[in-house]
Design a protein around this ligand. Sequence first.
Ligand code: NAP
Length: 251
Amino acid sequence: MPLRVLILGGTTEASALAHKLAGDARLAPVLSFAGRTASPRPQPIPTRVGGFGGIAGLVDFLRREAIEAVVDATHPYADQMSAHAVAACAQADVPLASLVRPEWTVHADDRWQVVGDAEAAARALGAEPRRVFLGLGRQDLHVFATAPQHHYLARLIERPEQETLPPDLRLLQARGPFDRDAEERLLREQQIDVVVSRNSGGAATYAKIEAARALGLPVVMIARPAKPAGQVMTDVDACVAWLHGLAPRGV
Ligand code: NAP
């Protein structure tokens, strides 16, 4: 029987892993989405959508579906799901690995101010009105309503549902990856004077950081939350090798 694998996804790394595992006779993977995006990209392996119902719900799922390995390939800022995965896998005695994209590192000509969370980022913008590019997910936008003196430009895949948003907010709808020249043009045309970003890592959203560097703009960088430690991999192939190490031979 192929090894039954649960991939906690919602990221380009999870999709890349799904593409590597598709058609692999030794593995039977299922890719899980939280259900935040109404139109997730089509995937080459079976998918499921929606929360599990906390740690207990995930333990039930692992047992009901006879899952034999879990790969936590969630976004670096999805810390609740990762903590639940650690606890549930320990309870259900299922091996767990995390597939984490490496952080961006600061270059000599970057002007980063690193802060702990979105609230600190809103405070770091200061009292004087500024034109701010919010390179953030929709879950953090409401925080900037606490700093209503600024003009904000944000770009999202889907419109946010929150009713509390900064009063002077312009929304662009688009899905990455974004290109550096286009990012530079956008920041220049919109007369942006500061970028707020999370340290997502990866290539898909790095262009805004490169554009800010080229234009000499400051970046308020929200640091990653501490995720529970475990077996951490940064490479999809290493993750495939780990799964093959657990899979029965000769399937
Ligand atoms: P989170 O705060 O860590 O998790 C909140 C709850 O959402 C979890 O407790 C779980 O609900 C459910 N959940 C999260 N990821 C799930 C998954 N892959 N499959 C099934 N349920 C999941 O997560 P988040 O920051 O809201 O992120 C949600 C999803 O969006 C994740 O899949 C993540 O990879 C993706 N994503 C997040 C970001 C980000 O900035 N946070 C960016 C890009 C993509 P239950 O407790 O009911 O199980």
